[in-house]
Design a binder for this molecule. Sequence first.
Ligand code: ZN
Length: 363
Amino acid sequence: MKGYLNMDQSTKRQAAEAALTAVQAEPQWADLAPTVAALVALKPTKYVEWVLLDLRTRCAKRDRPNPWEVENLATAEQDVRLAELRAVVATRHGRPADCWCLGLRDPRCSVQGGTGYGAYWHEYWCPCPDGQAAHQAAQARAYRALEAAAGIPSRFQACTVESYPPSEATRPVLATLRAWLAGSDEATEYRPGLYLHGPVGVGKTGLAVALLKALMEETLEDGLFLNLPQVLARRKRAFGKARDDAEDAEALWERALTVPYLVIDDLAAEYSTDWAREQVYTLVDARHAEEGTTIVTSNLTLAELVTERGEERIAWRLAELCDVVCLDGPNLRDRKARARPDVLTAVRAVVEGLPEQEEEAPA
Ligand SMILES: [Zn+2]
């Protein structure tokens, strides 16, 4: 029975009722007499199987299991049998055998595991096409919400890693960045940061945004784009003022310290006051302590950060925090002077739609 995704609810219910009636006539299911509603209400198959295994393990550890454990074990065994019956009903009315929603309930099911402080929620999505479509739609919604809250400037919102096409000049950098995206250390779930440096205008910001978006989309964890000079100026202006604006600036700063994924744009701008320099160090140090993933763009190398700005502490922390990637492409603002059309095309694609003079703030 194809096309059940397009079937209306009453047709699906009738098909399930008919399948259940036929299955119940078979001797091996004679001990079970569920209704369709009971099968639909039963928790996801993987969950009921896990509950049974868990109870069996507990009971096996005791010489004399608690009476309530014995009772729960009987219920769990019954539930697994019902789930097996449900799988037969599913295939008979044209659904995949592992479909537990039968097309008749929300294909998402949240189940609480543990109790007290150890409690957590686990979310199951039905493996059938209904469930997978709903899961993808939910992930897309969650990602869009993250992207909208990440503070990405509108002119960079369209940047993606794919829009940075490979060429002879960009291939080594792209290969490095793709490996970095793919390569979180699963043992520690820690991904090192990235220090992207290169001359003003080579598309560092667009690439940083593209990487931030890719990370948020993959993990559905929070990310933030921080234009560092702007944020520091905003916090400084807001000092001592009991306004919403001051609270917003501080909340943004607090978020930057702890957010899972952070882009620090234009790190090497000149900081004229000790306060600003201390703030930059505080931020980098906090990122180091929190083990959040940090992507930094700068027109200075780490060595230049020391020799030209005297920022030894910051450079040292960044070296601990980040892999270093050099984007030594041609300057977008100097297209005529640098005749490397392959790189120009690649970089232009990253910043597609950008106003000509606004790729990055002037140094
Ligand atoms: Zn399903």
